[in-house]
Design a protein around this ligand. Structure first.
Ligand SMILES: NC(=O)c1ccc[n+]([C@@H]2O[C@H](COP(=O)([O-])OP(=O)(O)OC[C@H]3O[C@@H](n4cnc5c(N)ncnc54)[C@H](O)[C@@H]3O)[C@@H](O)[C@H]2O)c1
Ligand SMILES: C[C@@H](O)[C@H](N)C(=O)O
Length: 379
């Protein structure tokens, strides 16, 4: 009886003040409650009215290409107050039509603890990262954000019993991997710091799962294409940039060769995959990391499809350092295990992607024009 009571106490206690129980040598982890009282205050945690039946989700790096859309999707599903967006930059969307937004530097463990405790976070969607092209420009920063930041997320999630999602990428494979198709489990020897940091995340996450029981989940995404948010400096960005340039100027200079085939996905499919994957019961997952794929195309194939909308589109090619990265990545993903084991299926193929991009950008540009006309009249 006493043993059981102690165990129950320990379980409850380890969720409320886990850093007092865990033996750790990590200097970033506070040694007592004093550290919490000295931290700066986050915005109105007292206002939080969670819908108890739904998880409270913290999104890191939420101002990037994927974060804003995911927050919208999760708020519609779990309630506005159950989703805490965070980043180190100011929010893009107007304050009045969004929910909680807090400053969170993923390199500041104490700040993360404060947020997790004050908002009673159940899930973390860890989006903060430096992408492939930007990472190669600043390897030290990429190592800090993508590797040290990931360590903080794992430790935080372990200590507070949080379900953790960390996206991986086609960039987690390298020239030694089979490229067409690339299966879930194969050789992974990437040649970018981005790819190395993602393999590191996959392996550490899986280790924390089998060693500590952490509910770690990861999906390897292809290049993600969206019209209402811009990509943050990856090798696949051309497939977004061409739509903007085609509609604004009728011209585009591509930094990849016309025959460079890469896996791609429309953002709605990508974000839906996160939600569906996170909702799979833990015991039903056979792996912690899965490939997900929608389509594969070359720049030449994409531009042909775009020319159905803009026949006079002028394309030139000037491959740069990103070509080498793309040449080492998968051409096609084998995502048969995600389809068979938890029901993944994409909805957008190349034709549907190009259609939705043109429709979305047309409305976006019209709205921008109207807003700028209105502000001119207001002066
Ligand atoms: N977009 C894609 O095509 C794609 C494909 C595969 C995987 N992914 C992965 O999905 C995740 C989200 O990608 P994205 O395209 O939205 O990235 P992004 O570059 O658009 O956004 C990343 C965000 O991280 C934030 N950030 C940087 N340093 C930070 C720090 N120290 N603390 C907190 N936040 C910090 C940035 O401010 C930015 O808002 C990344 O992990 C990325 O590797 C993206
Ligand atoms: C593929 C993906 O991880 C990202 N869009 C990049 O190119 O870096």
């Amino acid at each position: 009886m006493v043993g059981m009571a102690l165990k129950t106490f320990k379980n409850v206690f380890s969720r409320t003040a886990p850093f007092l129980l865990n033996q750790t040598t990590d200097s970033q982890i506070p040694v007592g409650l004093m550290t919490l009282t000295s931290r700066r205050c986050i915005n109105n945690p007292a206002d939080v009215q969670h819908q108890e039946e739904h998880p409270v989700v913290l999104i890191t790096g939420s101002q990037g290409q994927l974060g804003t859309g995911l927050a919208r999707m999760l708020r519609a599903r779990y309630g506005k107050n159950n989703v805490i967006m965070s980043d180190i930059v100011k929010r893009r969307e107007p304050k009045h039509n969004s929910g909680h937004y807090v400053y969170a530097d993923i390199l500041d463990f104490n700040n993360l603890q404060e947020i997790v405790v004050n908002y009673n976070v159940d899930w973390i969607i860890h989006f903060s990262a430096l992408l492939s092209a930007v990472g190669e420009q600043n390897v030290s920063l990429a190592m800090r954000v993508n590797i040290e930041g990931l360590h903080n997320m794992l430790e935080l999630s372990r200590q507070y019993g949080i379900k953790l999602f960390v996206p991986s990428t086609i960039g987690a494979f390298g020239p030694d991997s089979p490229r067409n198709p690339t299966p879930d489990i194969t050789i992974q020897r990437p040649r970018t710091i981005y790819g190395v940091s993602k393999v590191h995340a996959e392996l550490l996450g899986e280790y924390f799962n089998h060693r500590f029981g952490l509910d770690f989940r990861s999906l390897r995404f292809p290049g993600v294409i969206s019209y209402d948010s811009l990509p943050g400096g990856g090798t696949t960005d051309y497939a977004v940039a061409v739509f903007h340039e085609a509609m604004r100027t009728g011209r585009y200079q591509c930094y990849l060769r016309p025959d460079t085939m890469l896996p791609m996905m429309y953002i709605d499919d990508c974000l839906r995959s996160v939600v569906e994957f996170m909702e799979v019961p833990n015991q039903d997952l056979r792996m912690r990391t899965y490939n997900v794929q929608a389509m594969s195309f070359t720049p030449a194939e994409l531009f042909e499809e775009i020319k159905l909308y803009i026949p006079k589109l002028e394309i030139t090619y000037k491959p740069d350092e990103r070509q080498k990265i793309a040449d080492s990545w998968p051409m096609r993903f084998d995502d048969s295990r995600a389809r068979a084991e938890w029901g993944w299926s994409h909805r957008y193929d190349l034709k549907a992607l190009v259609k939705v991009m043109f429709e979305g950008l047309t409305s976006k540009f019209q709205a921008e024009k109207q807003a700028s006309r209105a502000s001119r009249y207001a002066l």
